[in-house]
Design a protein around this ligand. Structure first.
Ligand code: PLZ
Length: 448
């Protein structure tokens, strides 16, 4: 029996958190460590399109999509049906024990979609960090070299190796060391703060790669085409192409970490396309399966084949239910032309904040691409990051029924990652809630 569609309008019937949510939070604090500290003052009951309904009957506008995951909406009927079908057949065999064709079908789809020419192969895993871990293994096996270079403001995961690649200390790395060896950090491109052209920033990066690591030691350079947790930093035009050119000239692999930028999020299937680069390996997760835990490393066949038989694996990698969700989600992205929808979302967010920026210079940088947009808030005189203000805005917006995410090395970035299927009016309403709160702080200069 199909359920009534979830009303796509924001509605608050209690304060947030409501009574049931408060009770659930108390129990949560008894059995779940504070290390997880959820930010939205609600407990999910149903999620569809751009709306999350909570256990108290409130409907919140979702501008986070579970951190860029539920691109097609958290209960898209096509994905739900595919999952139901699969789970009735089997939930698990362990692909290394008994394979199933849907794994190969998804690998073939990835081969067709990724911006890598020639034959590719894919290994399927469970999380973004696991994909990055395996990309590093594959790069080392192929090159025979060990060093891996990541960038300032990078985010690649929370496992021991990926924490070593991630830049920001708190909350991701503090007190968890020591981290893996042979991991290096080089300056990247942060146009709003460094003011460098793509060429200038790339020259600085290459100088660091050569002087501090040496191409003869360097297995791979890993970078997010748009740095996500670091603050939706879009590199200056031409930066990535110059770095990739250097990699290819020096037998260094380039790993594009598209866990957050992948699968139509930035208005193309992958952000590497817009940057005009062809990675050797690409890590994928989040939008790949619309919430079912799935990730992948897709790479040039000769690179992927450098690993000895049995060298890649894990119990759950490429779980059949997650793979079914992934195949269905990709179909929806194609059928509903979500690359164009993501581009439209970027236009709406850009226009909205350009209006605000005219009267409020604290909105200092509007950046991102497609349905991966952000604003960086700074003191207009000193350019000092306004982290407390950003946090205050996010906390208040959540109380007013808008699921809002922050980001940035300095904690002063509001980021927008709505489900790409969100209605335009609902998106505009969510943005207006946020900018109305921002406007109120203009009169109240106590917050900075
Ligand atoms: C580029 C990029 N690479 C890798 C990852 C890691 O993906 P996992 O699926 O969270 O392991 C991410 C995950 N980003 C959201 C992390 C949220 C949090 O843990 O606070 C990413 O964005």
């Amino acid at each position: 029996m199909s359920r009534e569609p979830l009303d796509q309008s924001r509605k608050l019937v209690t304060e947030l958190p409501g009574p049931k949510a408060r009770e659930m939070r108390e129990r949560m604090e008894t059995y779940v460590p504070k290390a997880l500290s959820p930010s939205t003052p609600a407990f999910a009951s149903r999620v569809e399109g751009g709306i999350l309904e909570d256990v108290d009957g409130n409907r919140l506008i979702d501008l986070g999509a579970g951190i860029a995951v539920t691109t097609v909406g958290a209960s898209h009927p096509k994905v739900v049906e595919a999952v139901k079908q699969q789970v009735e057949d089997f939930t698990h065999t362990c692909f290394m024990v008994t394979p199933y064709d849907s794994y190969t079908q998804l690998a073939q789809r990835l081969d067709e979609l990724v911006p890598i020419s020639g034959q590719t192969r894919s290994v399927l895993l469970n999380s973004g960090a696991e994909a990055v871990e395996n990309a590093v293994k594959i790069a080392r096996a192929y090159t025979g070299k060990q060093a891996i270079a990541a960038f300032d403001h990078a985010y690649h995961g929370r496992t021991t190796l990926t924490m070593g690649l991630t830049a920001k200390n708190m909350p991701y790395k503090d007190s968890f060391g020591p981290f893996a060896s042979e991991l290096y950090r080089v300056p990247g491109s942060y146009p709003f703060r460094d003011g460098l052209s793509g060429e200038e920033a790339a020259a600085r990066t290459i100088s660091s790669l050569e002087s501090q690591i040496g191409a003869n030691n360097l297995a791979a350079v890993i970078m997010e085409p748009i740095q996500g947790e670091g603050g939706f930093i879009v590199p200056a035009e031409g930066f990535l192409a110059k770095v990739v050119e250097w990699c290819k000239a020096n037998d260094v692999l380039f790993i594009a970490d598209e866990v957050q930028t992948g699968f139509v999020r930035t208005g193309t299937w992958f952000a590497s396309e817009t940057e005009g680069i062809e990675p050797d390996l690409i890590t994928l997760a989040k939008g790949i399966a619309n919430g079912m835990p799935l990730s992948a490393v897709t790479g040039r066949a000769e690179v992927m084949d450098a690993v000895h038989p049995g060298g890649l694996g894990g119990t759950y990698g490429g779980n059949p239910v997650a793979v079914a969700a992934g195949l269905a989600a990709i179909e929806v992205m194609e059928e509903e032309n979500l690359t164009a929808k993501a581009t439209r979302i970027g236009e709406i967010i850009t226009d909205h904040f350009q209006q605000v920026q005219q009267d409020d210079p604290r909105v200092a940088d509007i950046r991102g691409r497609g349905a991966m947009m952000a604003v960086e808030l700074v003191d207009p005189e000193t350019k000092a990051p306004l982290a407390e203000l950003v946090n205050q805005i996010a906390v208040e917006a959540r109380k007013q029924g808008v699921i809002t995410l922050t980001a940035g090395t300095y904690g002063n970035v509001l980021r927008f990652l709505p489900p790409v299927v969100i209605g335009e009016d609902l998106l505009k309403e969510g943005l207006s809630v946020i900018t109305d709160i921002l406007a109120e702080t203009r009169s109240d200069q106590s917050v900075s």
